[in-house]
Every structure is written in C-alpha cells, then in structure tokens.
Design a protein around this ligand. Structure first.
Ligand code: KG4
Ligand code: ZN
Length: 343
C-alpha cells in the first residue's frame, strides 16, 4: 500500500511517500528556521502562514521524488496533534481535501506516538534499514516539546511509562543555547560546541527525581546554567567557557536520558530500545546509547538523523498500520493541539 504522510504540527512542512509501511520512496521537509530564528522561538502565526504557502509544493515534490504518481497513492496519513493549532490545521485540511477529492482513505496520526515508528523504515544504504526492532520494545521520544518513555506492544498499541514533569529535553537544549547567545533552534549548536568543550568543566547536578522513577525534569538544569553564567568571574562568557558549559550541560542531560531509558528496558524486561525525536540527532546521546546497549546486551535503534527530526515518513508508517487495522477518519476530524498519547 502506497501511503502519503503529511506533517505540519510545528514549524516544518513535511511530506513523504512510503510503501507498505517500510520502504521510503521520498521525504521532503521545508524548514522555517529562517523565519523564527530572529524571534528566539516559534511564532505560531508566522508558522501557519508559511505552511499555507508550502503545503502544495512540498506534497508535489514528495510525490515527484517518489517516482510514483498521485493516482497511485492509496492512503493518506496526517498529523492531527499534538502541536500548534494553526500549523496542524493546514496539513490536516489539505489532507482531508485531497482524500475527499481522490476518494482515498485518510487517518489522523498522533505525532509523538508515531516518532519511534521511523525505526521501521528501510532506507537504501542507511543504518535504520539494516535491522528493525522487535515488539515489545521501549521507546524514548526526545523532541522539542516532549520527553516521554513508552512501551510499544505493536505498531498501534503503546502506553506511557514516564515523561517530563516540566521542560522537554529539546526545550532545555534550545533555552541553554539562547543563554549562551545562539539563535533558535539551539540543539545542534550545543552538540557542535560540546565536541570541543570539557564535559566535566561544570558539575551540573543530574535530575534523576527518584531512583526507579521514569519521569524527567529538565527545568532545574536550565536554571543552574543561568545561575552559573550570572556567577562567572573574569572574562565572562568566553568561547572556552561557552564550550565547557555546552559540554557539561549536554553530558548531564545525556546521563539522565541514557540511565532512564535503560532503567525502562530493564523494568519492562524487553530486549530492544528505540530512541527518536529531534534530540535523538545528538551525537553524544547516540554514542552513549550505543555504548550502553553493547554493555547491557540491549539492541538500540535510532533512526538516521533526517528521520529523527520531524518528517512525513514516520507519519506515513503510522498511518499505514492504522489503515491496515481498518481505521478510517472522516471529513469532520479536527486537529487537537493537546492530543493525548495516554490510552
Ligand atoms: O522532533 P523535533 O524535530 O520537533 C518536535 O517535534 O519538537 O525536535 C526538535 C528539537 C529541538 O528542540 C532541537 O533543538 C532539538 O530537537 N535538536 C537537537 C539536535 N538536533 C535537533 N538537540 C540536541 N542535539 C542535536 N543535535
Ligand atoms: Zn517531532
């Protein structure tokens, strides 16, 4: 079954064509970093206005790159939440109109729950395609808005094991980058700066909450970075100081993410761990997860970076499995900015 996936929940407009829930034929992402970076965060009204301009060309390009035609598309999946209402509505309205016009089924997809399904995609020559996780698995979704641990029984059934009580990991990366003088989004900048810094340069406290807890909390460490910067003596935020703060902050966040992900694997008695979402692009996190996986005999699956951050491909995979299970949504489906992922 050839499925078109459309994603517009935040500041990216994305579309992809995936065959049978696994073969990636195309994935096109139109980023809006140029619009939002000067404001230090996403401006929702500007995001949805740009989405109106990009939805048609992005979908057309995804179909063109897939080497198939619109007539061959057999189903459509579209993000229905969570996300920014205005942004969600553009992708959803377009998907509904296209499905109605073409008389093909469509389903609304939960963006957060769909992220880990990127590991079910085979990309010619890419690391994600070599091997796929077996159910049940534990998945850690680390994105700009969410830090959540799930247990997946199958493609359409998962439950929450733990989540952040305040900031998401990506949000903490973005805020710390801002404190260090960089524009939005800052995760990739911290990743780059940290490579040249000392990870033990500043002893930031690791927020573990309670010993066996699978919940997260990242707002304290962001405040610790702010207080550290305020207390700097001498030359203040020199390049060397910035690199050390970036490396030390990143190491603290990675320590917590790795420990809790593997705690969840142990507690759940599963063999496979999936990590997805924009923060899963982080090179140190990827390295530490793989090392710990080897130590513990746990198979670790992390999509290639382009499939970790937002894209239409994992939406198409999720939609394929929902459609296969018989779900159909109708034209009355509404976007839900706070769509829950608790069963
Ligand atoms: O999943 P995603 O693309 O969008 C959401 O659904 O939120 O995640 C975006 C987040 C941003 O906070 C961004 O700073 C972070 O992922 N991010 C990174 C890296 N690349 C993107 N965080 C740390 N290291 C990176 N290399
Ligand atoms: Zn996302």
């Amino acid at each position: 079954m050839l499925v078109l996936g459309i994603e517009s929940s935040c500041d990216d407009m994305a579309a992809a064509v995936v065959e049978d829930g696994s073969t990636l034929l195309s994935s096109v992402v139109s980023s809006q970093d140029d619009i939002h970076e000067r404001y230090g965060g996403i401006v929702p009204e500007l995001a949805s206005r740009r989405h109106i301009e990009t939805v048609v060309p992005v979908v057309e390009e995804a179909i063109r790159q897939s080497g198939r035609s619109l007539d061959e598309i057999e189903g459509i999946g579209v993000t229905m939440g969570p996300g920014l209402l205005g942004s969600l509505l553009i992708g959803l309205s377009f998907a509904k109109a296209l499905a109605y016009d073409r008389n093909i089924p469509f389903v609304g997809v939960n963006h957060i729950v769909a992220h880990p399904l990127a590991t079910l995609i085979s990309e010619a020559g890419a690391e994600a395609g070599k091997d796929k996780p077996d159910f049940p698995f534990v998945a850690l979704v680390v994105s700009g808005g969410h830090t959540t641990l799930f247990r997946y029984e199958n493609e359409n059934d998962c439950k929450v094991l733990g989540e952040t009580r305040d900031d998401a990991a990506g949000e903490a990366f973005d805020k710390v980058a801002k404190l260090l003088g960089y524009s939005y989004p800052g995760g990739a900048v911290i990743d780059r700066l940290a490579k040249e810094g000392r990870s033990d340069g500043v002893p930031f406290k690791r927020p573990y909450i309670a010993k066996e807890s699978l919940d997260f909390s990242f707002s304290g460490i962001k405040t610790a970075v702010l207080n550290h910067i305020k207390g700097l003596k001498g030359g203040g935020l020199t390049e060397e100081v910035i690199r050390d703060i970036a490396a030390s902050f990143q190491e603290a966040v990675v320590d917590v993410l790795v420990r809790k992900a593997f705690d969840a694997v142990r507690q759940g008695g599963v063999k496979d761990l999936v990590v997805a979402g924009g923060v899963a692009c982080n090179s140190r996190l990827r390295e530490r997860l793989r090392a710990r996986g080897k130590e513990d005999g746990v198979r670790v699956f992390i999509p290639t970076p382009r499939l970790c951050s937002d894209n239409g491909a994992f939406i198409a995979v999720a939609a394929y499995h929902l459609l296969k299970a018989g779900r159909r949504d109708d034209i009355a489906l509404d976007a839900d900015p706070n769509l829950s992922f608790r069963a």
